[in-house]
Write a protein that binds this ligand. Structure first.
Ligand code: FES
Length: 104
């Protein structure tokens, strides 16, 4: 499946991602060397993996830990999600996200 990630300079990156590897979106961004820190290792405790979902159909549901973290994070918008809380599945094909700014 393929996804598009817009970096903080506005450049679009199209990635083809296997769906059988148990990765999440934060890990995929890191794997493709985008500047996503993932400080907490995917525990929904740092928000350094925050992304904005740019495609209507893929917003999904925030989980409780994610909601709590986003409550305290910077630059949170309606379409914010934590990349580490988005497992890569075939249904995400066509997903487009933008990296949120780095927290001050
Ligand atoms: S990597 Fe820390 S919240 Fe996602």
């Amino acid at each position: 499946m393929s996804i598009t990630v817009v970096d903080r300079e506005g450049k679009e990156h199209d990635f083809s991602v296997p769906t059988d590897t148990n990765l999440n979106l934060m890990e995929v961004c890191k794997g493709f060397e985008l500047p996503v820190e993932g400080i907490c290792g995917g525990m929904a405790m740092c928000a350094s993996c925050q992304v904005y979902i740019l495609t209507d159909e893929h917003f999904g549901e925030r989980n409780d830990d994610e909601e709590a973290m986003l409550d305290e994070a910077y630059f949170v918008e309606e379409n914010s999600r934590l990349g580490c809380q988005i497992p890569i599945t075939p249904e995400l094909n066509g997903l487009k996200v933008a990296l949120a700014p780095e927290a001050p």
